[in-house]
Design a protein around this ligand. Structure first.
Ligand SMILES: Cc1cc2nc3c(=O)[nH]c(=O)nc-3n(C[C@H](O)[C@H](O)[C@H](O)COP(=O)(O)OP(=O)(O)OC[C@H]3O[C@@H](n4cnc5c(N)ncnc54)[C@H](O)[C@@H]3O)c2cc1C
Length: 683
């Protein structure tokens, strides 16, 4: 998972890539010229000044992030002239990221960008493969830094492996900055394969720019661009050595590059109804003011939608998200399956998301220590630490003395994983603050059912007395297991799973606890004279009454995790203990359910052929209910998942390019169960 960092040498006072034999910033400062070349060539000033206030975003995609100089120059101009209500979405791929300290040194050579570089460096992600989405500059720019091979990364964010559907029902990239190292030094960045992927994410309004092409290579680059469907526009040369290119996408792709590698029923996640690009004046209503609903509300409000939240409680965060202390729970794996990849990306995303809350004094970013509990898990921990070597800011394998120092407790485990960026938060306060800070109204009502009326193309929501509570253009169900109640979503296989946490009084031996410690269960550092310790799993139990045996179970779990911790929790009286019980919404594959709601009966009919042949090749697309979405199934990790799934859902609703790989989106897709069940003849 850790990715190899760029190998940089300083030559003549400038950073030089030993792998690509080229300067990141040339000693003659011609690189600075390139940065402004891009701005001129793209005519960004005129385009951005003229952007309509209704335009929610502008998307730039770049093939080599390097030291982020193009990103910073574009952001600088954007912040100065673009409408304040629009967001610059900047996707950039980088296979060999520059180490943070080196990046700071390089960027110090651009003093005019100082403020912007300081913020970039502060939020620069750990060197872990995958997509890191970072909101910068008061949310006016979203950087999607894709650590990995450019072709693989851009292919992974397209809608379909079939290039014809790469940006189906979705906005294209507006401008491509082709700025990898020169073609002689890094041919992969100019390959026909990558340019075909670039073409697939473009439409007739897309332009591609390059400012640094060697005379000798200009013909090859022009030819490859033309083969991919771009028309080269005449531009003036920018010096005797380097040439610049501007190309407009024509939509006509070279025959050989029209790859169709769709296999089986991989198109089920696409909506067969062609949808016009959504507009920001549309109204979105979310049922459910837990952490899933509130993070979704904010992600949509930031994209300009008019958002309202409805809940059966008068205040947000009163059910699953109502605990006073919940932890951002780390669960990594030495394997590369989708579940651990989603867990990893969600953890990285949510730790960035909650940083301002922690900085503002809510909860505590005290770090989390995960203890193995048995030899098999200890072996996994060692493999995990090897896979994440070089990512010590995110996870470190620590041994007993350090475990005791860091945790402040005398622990017996010989090893543990330490996550310095994680901590605990009060989820109900987070929910309330999210709505308040973004001015999102909460309507108090218990929704019994809803239906879509063709006459006005809106969803109409009713309470148990058949009163119309509200009507809306777009509806999001974020009611956790409450989705079982609605006719449109009750096919989803979710389980209402009770859990109880115990409030343990602070003892003489536990008062020194400095970090969260978790294993079979978890315990937090003292807060308001208590430690939160949890949690139990009680299937088939539907009461929120506290149970003594569950308090005992919580304490026992900590003893199983570590005998030293067990000793520190001796002599607690479970009969006098306080706590809280509520319900999780779990799924069979432990992943959340996020995305558009399928039309169950028509999908069953359309994809019935999968019962006969699970591998049948088909270009069939799915049938989805108009403007109905769901975000639920957070299981035991709502705090980590919710900000991440909210962001995904907001990009889907606003038809933007998401910052998640396609296989991860499909793994959380609401239609996955029905496709799986058809293939296994369970339906
Ligand atoms: C004991 C316990 C301990 C936990 N500890 C942790 C932890 O440490 N870390 C962690 O990440 N996760 C933890 N979890 C899990 C976490 O709490 C959940 O994953 C998360 O709260 C789910 O958020 P949600 O928004 O999906 O659901 P909820 O918070 O349950 O929100 C759903 C909302 O929908 C509303 N609603 C439902 N139906 C209707 C309707 N018909 N009309 C109107 N409103 C409706 C409800 O009132 C509720 O407010 C714990 C869970 C439990 C039970």
């Amino acid at each position: 998972m850790a990715i190899i960092a760029a190998d940089i040498q300083w030559r003549k006072g400038a950073p030089y890539s030993t792998l690509f034999n080229e300067f990141y910033i040339s000693p003659s400062n011609e690189t600075e010229q390139n940065e402004s070349e891009f701005l001129q060539l793209g005519d960004f000033k005129r385009r951005w000044q003229g952007l309509s206030k209704h335009c929610a975003s502008f998307t730039i995609a770049e093939t080599g992030f390097g030291a982020g100089l193009n990103f910073l120059s574009c952001s600088d101009l954007w912040l100065n002239i673009a409408p304040k209500s629009s967001v610059l979405e900047f996707f950039s791929a980088e296979l060999f990221p520059i180490d943070k300290a080196e990046l700071a040194k390089i960027l110090s050579q651009r003093p005019h960008l100082r403020n912007l570089s300081d913020e970039l460096i502060k939020h620069y992600p750990v060197p872990v493969a995958g997509i890191h989405s970072i909101e910068l500059f008061q949310g006016r720019v979203r950087l999607h830094l894709m650590f990995g091979d450019a072709n693989e990364m851009f292919s992974s964010i397209s809608q379909s492996p079939n290039k014809e559907q790469a940006h189906y029902n979705r906005r294209p990239v507006d401008v491509w900055l082709l700025d990898g190292f020169a073609p002689t030094n890094n041919p992969a960045m100019w390959s026909p394969e990558l340019l075909a992927t670039i073409a697939s994410l473009s439409d007739q309004t897309t332009i591609a720019l390059t400012a640094n092409i060697d005379q000798k290579k200009i013909l090859t680059v022009s030819k490859n661009l033309q083969s991919a469907g771009f028309l080269i526009q005449p531009t003036e040369s920018n010096g005797p050595q380097k040439l610049r290119l501007k190309a407009l996408f024509s939509g006509r792709k070279h025959q050989q590059l029209e790859l169709d590698n769709s296999s089986g029923s991989t198109q089920w996640h696409l909506d067969k109804t062609v949808r016009p690009i959504s507009t920001r004046d549309q109204e979105v209503t979310i049922i459910g003011a837990g952490i899933a609903g509130c993070t979704t509300a904010v992600a949509l409000a930031k994209r300009g939608f008019k958002v309202k939240v409805i809940d059966r409680h008068p205040r947000a965060g009163q059910e699953g998200s109502g605990n006073s202390q919940a932890i951002v729970y780390p669960k990594l794996s030495p394997r590369d399956d989708v579940l651990p990849r989603i867990n990893l990306q969600a953890l990285l995303f949510s730790s960035r998301y909650y940083a301002p809350f922690w900085e503002g004094g809510l909860g505590n970013q005290c770090g989390v220590i995960s203890l193995p509990g048995n030899a098999k898990i200890a072996e996994d921990f060692i493999q995990i630490s090897q896979r994440f070597s070089g990512c010590g800011d995110f996870v470190q394998l620590i041994e007993n003395d350090e475990l005791c120092d860091r945790s402040g407790l005398s622990l017996a485990s010989s090893i543990g994983l330490f996550f310095p960026l994680l901590g605990w938060l009060p989820p109900s306060i987070i929910c309330q603050q999210l709505l308040k800070e973004h001015g999102i109204p909460l309507i108090h009502a218990n929704i019994d059912h809803f239906n879509h009326q063709q006459s006005d193309s809106r969803w109409h929501l009713f309470d148990t007395s058949e009163n119309l509570v509200y009507s809306t253009d777009i509806l999001v169900v974020a009611t956790a297991y409450g989705c079982e109640k609605f006719e449109q979503t009750n096919f989803l296989p979710v389980t209402q799973l009770r859990g109880q946490i115990s409030k343990l009084p602070v003892g003489t031996r536990t008062k020194s606890l400095k970090t969260i410690v978790c294993g079979d269960g978890y315990i937090t550092p003292a807060h308001d004279n208590y430690h939160s310790c949890g949690a139990t799993y009680n299937k088939g139990l539907f009461s929120t009454e506290l149970r003594v045996q569950d308090h005992e179970m919580n304490i026992a779990q900590m003893g199983h995790t570590d005998s030293g911790l067990g000793d520190a929790l001796e002599n607690l009286d479970a009969t006098k203990m306080d706590g809280r019980a509520n319900f999780r919404c779990t799924t069979k594959d432990y992943l959340p359910i996020v995305g558009p709601v399928p039309n169950f009966s028509s999908m069953l009919k359309d994809f019935g052929f999968l019962r006969r042949d699970a591998r049948a090749d088909s270009m069939m697309m799915g049938d989805y209910l108009p403007n109905l979405y769901i975000n639920c199934g957070m299981g035991s990790r709502g705090l980590s998942y919710a900000p991440y799934t909210a962001e995904l859902l907001a990009t889907q609703i606003s038809q933007q390019i998401p910052s998640l790989e396609r296989d991860l989106i499909q793994a959380m897709h609401p239609a996955r169960f029905l496709i799986r069940d058809l293939k296994k003849k369970r339906l």
